[in-house]
Design a protein around this ligand. Structure first.
Ligand code: BGC
Length: 517
C-alpha cells in the first residue's frame, strides 16, 4: 500500500529500503533466537556458540584501541543502534579541547558570569601534611543519605558514623525542612555519643554547586541530583544550618569549613599521598576539583600570599549546558534531560553519573524491544517504568564472566522478563557496556584536561563515588583512555580515596585551624 502511494521514485526506494530493513531485523532476531533455542551449539564453548551470530570483527568498536573492552557480541542491528553511544578518539579529543576552553571561561573574571562551568575557588589553599590531629565532627550531605561522623585524626585514627535517610519529600520540600532534618540528625548523634559537653570543630561537606565566599561561607548556586528545596538557592548554607541549630537550641557547634565532596576526596588522599592534585567523584553526580595556580584564577578575590594556589571546584557536571556538547548527545540524553527535575542543566553529569546511567540503558533497551530486537518484541510492565533499570544493574551485568549471563538473567527476571535468551542477554550486556564505556571515557577526558593543565610530571587523582567503586571496569577504562589523551611523558594514577566526605571534611577543618593560627 505504502509503496503504491509513494509520490516519486526516490520515496518509493526509501520505503522499500525500510521494508527490507524491517524484514532483516525479523530474520536476525529469528536467527539468533534459533541459535539460543536450538541446541546446535550445546556441546561447544560459549565463544564457539556465539561465532555464528557475530564475528569478532563485527563486534569491534569504531575505534580499534578500545574494542577489546566489548565482551559481548550483540546482534548486528543492536550494534548499529548502539553505535551512537560509542565515542571515537576524535570525539574525545574534541571533548577535551572544548572542556579546556570552557574551564578558561569559568576562571575568567569577565567570562565567568555566562560560563556554565563555574570553577568556584574553594579557599582551600594548603594540602594536609599528614601530621593533622584532633577530634572532629563532619556532616555529609550530597545524595539520598545524610551522614554524621566523628573523626579522630593523628597516630590513632578512627571514624564513627551514622547514616540517616533523606526522605524524598524532604529533598523537594522547603529549605527549612531540610536543614531542620540535618539539625535533628546531628543532635541525635551528639546525644547518642554523649558529645554534648565538647565544642568539636565541624566540617560540613555539602556536595552541590556553591559559590564560596570564604572557608565557612558557601552560597548554593543551584540544586542538582534530584534535590529541589525551596528558598536555598542563592543563600549561604552555613547560615541556614546555624539557623536550624539555633531553632532547636540544644546543640553547640563550631563550623570550621564548608566543602564540596571533591575537595574532601582530594584532601583525604593528599593526607598520605603528596602527589595528589585532583579530586574526582563519579557517583550519583559527577564533579572534579584540582589545585590551580592563583595567577590562572582571575576570579580570585582572596589573599595573594603564599601558597600561590587554591583548589578549584570546577562543577564540571554543567559542561555542555550551553550546547557545546550537542555533537555527542543522543536522543536518549535528550529524553533523560527533558524528564529530569532540572532540564537543560548538568548535561555532562547526565551522560556520566549513576543517577542517570541506568535510565539511559533502559531507554536504549526499550527502543530495541520496540524494534523487535530484544525479548521477541515483548516488554514488561516494570521495564516500561521510568527508573526501573538501576545503575547498579549495569555493574552487576558487566560483572558476569564473558559468555555467562547469571546476573543478567536474575536482573531481567526482576524486571519481569522471564524468558530472555542468551542472545537477549548478550544484547542487554552490550547496551550496558556502551553506556558505561561512554561514561568512563567522558570522565577520563575531563581528568586528562585537568592533568594537562596541571602539567606536573606525576599526579595522583583521588577518586570516589559508587560508579567508580562498583563498576568492574570503570577504573581500567578510565586509565586506558586518560593515557591516550594526556601529553606525552606525564605519569598519573587513579587512587580510590577512602571517605573523602568524612575524613576530608575533618582535614579541611584541621588545615583551616592550622592556617588561622
Ligand atoms: C554536584 C557537585 C558534586 C557532584 C558529586 C554534582 O551534582 O553539583 O557539587 O560534587 O555532584 O557529588
Amino acid at each position: 500500500m505504502e509503496i503504491v502511494a509513494a509520490a516519486d521514485s526516490d520515496e518509493r526506494g526509501l520505503t522499500l529500503l525500510r521494508v527490507v530493513s524491517q524484514l532483516q531485523r525479523v530474520i536476525v532476531y529469528l536467527h539468533s533466537f534459533a541459535c539460543d533455542r536450538g541446541h546446535l551449539w550445546s556441546t561447544q564453548s560459549a565463544d564457539a556458540r556465539r561465532t555464528p551470530i557475530m564475528s569478532d570483527e563485527q563486534i569491534c568498536k569504531k575505534d580499534d584501541d578500545v574494542s577489546r573492552y566489548f565482551t559481548s557480541p550483540p546482534a548486528p542491528l543492536v550494534k548499529e543502534i548502539c553505535e551512537e553511544l560509542i565515542l571515537s578518539q576524535e570525539n574525545l579529543k574534541e571533548v577535551c579541547d572544548v572542556l579546556h576552553e570552557e574551564l578558561n571561561k569559568g576562571l575568567g573574571k569577565d567570562t565567568n558570569p555566562e560560563a556554565p562551568i563555574k570553577c568556584f575557588p574553594t579557599y582551600v589553599r594548603e594540602l594536609p601534611n599528614g601530621k593533622e590531629k584532633g577530634r572532629f565532627l563532619a556532616l555529609d550531605l550530597g545524595g539520598t543519605n545524610f551522614r554524621v561522623l566523628l573523626i579522630q585524626l593523628g597516630e590513632e585514627c578512627s571514624m564513627d558514623s551514622r547514616i540517616y535517610a533523606v526522605p524524598q519529600p524532604i529533598m523537594v520540600g522547603s529549605g527549612d525542612g531540610l536543614f531542620d532534618h540535618i539539625a535533628d540528625c546531628l543532635a541525635s548523634f551528639i546525644k547518642e555519643r554523649d558529645l554534648g559537653e565538647e565544642l568539636l570543630p565541624l566540617g560540613f561537606t555539602f556536595s552541590f554547586p556553591c559559590k564560596q565566599e570564604g572557608l565557612t561561607k558557601a552560597r548554593l548556586a543551584r540544586w542538582t541530583k534530584g534535590f529541589k528545596c525551596a528558598g536555598v538557592e542563592g543563600r549561604d548554607v552555613v547560615e541556614l544550618l546555624k539557623a536550624a541549630i539555633a531553632r532547636r537550641g540544644d546543640v553547640k557547634i563550631k563550623i570550621c569549613a564548608v566543602l564540596n565532596d571533591t575537595t574532601g576526596t582530594l584532601m583525604s588522599c593528599a593526607w598520605k599521598n603528596h602527589n595528589c592534585r585532583i579530586g574526582l567523584i563519579v557517583g550519583t553526580g559527577t564533579n572534579a576539583c584540582y589545585m590551580e595556580k592563583l595567577e590562572k584564577v582571575e576570579l580570585w578575590d582572596g589573599e595573594l600570599d603564599e601558597p600561590h594556589q587554591v583548589i578549584i571546584n570546577t562543577e564540571w557536571g554543567a559542561f555542555g549546558d550551553n550546547g557545546c556538547l550537542d555533537f555527542i548527545r543522543t536522543e536518549y540524553d535528550n529524553n533523560i534531560d527533558r524528564e529530569s527535575i532540572n532540564p537543560g542543566r548538568q548535561l555532562y553529569e547526565k551522560m556520566i553519573s549513576g543517577m542517570y546511567m541506568g535510565e539511559i540503558a533502559r531507554q536504549v533497551i526499550i527502543r530495541l524491544v520496540a524494534e523487535g530486537l530484544l525479548f521477541g518484541g515483548q516488554s514488561s510492565e516494570i521495564l516500561e517504568e521510568k527508573g526501573s533499570f538501576f545503575t547498579k544493574y549495569i555493574s552487576e551485568i558487566e560483572s558476569d564472566k564473558d559468555g555467562d549471563y547469571n546476573n543478567c538473567r536474575v536482573i531481567l527476571e526482576e524486571l519481569g522478563l522471564n524468558s530472555a535468551t542468551d542472545t537477549d542477554c548478550a544484547n542487554v550486556r552490550h547496551v550496558c557496556e556502551c553506556v558505561s564505556r561512554r561514561a568512563a571515557y567522558l570522565a577520563a577526558s575531563g581528568v586528562a584536561v585537568l592533568l594537562n593543565r596541571i602539567q606536573e610530571e606525576s599526579v595522583t587523582v583521588a577518586v570516589d563515588g559508587s560508579v567508580y567503586r562498583f563498576h568492574p571496569h570503570f577504573h581500567n577504562l578510565m586509565t586506558e583512555q586518560i593515557s591516550q589523551l594526556i601529553k606525552p611523558g606525564m605519569k598519573f594514577s587513579l587512587m580510590l580515596s577512602e571517605d573523602g566526605s568524612g575524613r576530608g571534611a575533618a582535614l579541611v577543618a584541621a588545615v583551616a585551624s592550622r592556617s588561622s593560627r
